[in-house]
Design a protein around this ligand. Structure first.
Ligand code: ATP
Ligand code: NMN
Length: 176
């Protein structure tokens, strides 16, 4: 059986890793969608699709299930989004998500969806991590070591701080 799990992974954190470990126990193969692939360099979406491909690929190394990492750009039309996803990915039998819109769209398209409880959501949340990077607070314990390495390689903390400063000065539009 093959499963599908999509997230923006801005950045990939231990909550995602926990969910993937649970999914890997149920499937033979797992397709990991990098959502909003066309977005980067904003406070809500600081990292590029390529950077997130590196984070996710390295963070799932050693998992029993075979994994495929596929970037997926957003569409203006929710009604055809599931077909768009299916056109970009290996065929899958079940979708995993805790995102209510994603759950609704897959269910309406007749795809089985499985949800799981949030894991340590008080700290394991992308928004919280980005805020910690901007404020200079510790964030490295909340993500796999491989993700720390990628963010260091691309000088990601400096980037997100610069974007946040620009936003605060009102110099540039942002989707945050
Ligand atoms: N701590 C967690 N435990 C379990 N699932 C999680 C956790 N955090 C996020 N998820 C789920 O992982 C998927 C991808 O989430 P996403 O990449 O948006 O992360 P996020 O932490 O919710 O980020 P953001 O705060 O930037 O929206 C969604 O289905 C989301 O509900
Ligand atoms: N119409 C669309 O393009 C559409 C619809 C539903 C979800 N998505 C994407 O799926 C991903 C869902 O991931 P999150 O659970 O991390 O929000 C996001 O990147 C979101 O933009 C896109």
């Amino acid at each position: 059986m093959r499963g599908f799990y999509i997230g923006r992974y801005q950045p990939f954190h231990h909550g995602h890793r926990h969910m993937i470990e649970e999914i890997a126990a149920e499937v033979d193969e797992l397709v990991l969608g990098i959502g909003s692939a066309g977005d980067s360099h904003t406070t809500r979406n600081p990292f590029t699709a390529g950077e997130r491909v590196m984070m996710v690929t390295k963070a799932v190394e050693g998992l029993d299930a075979t994994t495929y990492v596929v970037p997926i750009e957003d569409l203006d039309r929710n009604s055809v989004w599931v077909s768009h996803v299916q056109s970009m990915t290996p065929r899958f039998d079940v979708a995993y998500s805790n995102n209510p819109l994603v759950v609704r769209l897959f269910e309406e398209a007749g795809v089985e969806v499985r949800q799981s409880p949030m894991f340590r959501r008080d700290v394991l949340e992308g928004t919280e991590l980005r805020e910690r990077m901007i404020r200079g607070r510790d964030w490295t314990d909340l993500v796999p070591d491989a993700v720390v390495d990628v963010i260091r390689e691309v000088d990601g903390v400096k980037r997100i701080r610069r974007i946040a400063e620009t936003d605060a000065n009102g110099d540039e539009p942002s989707d945050a």
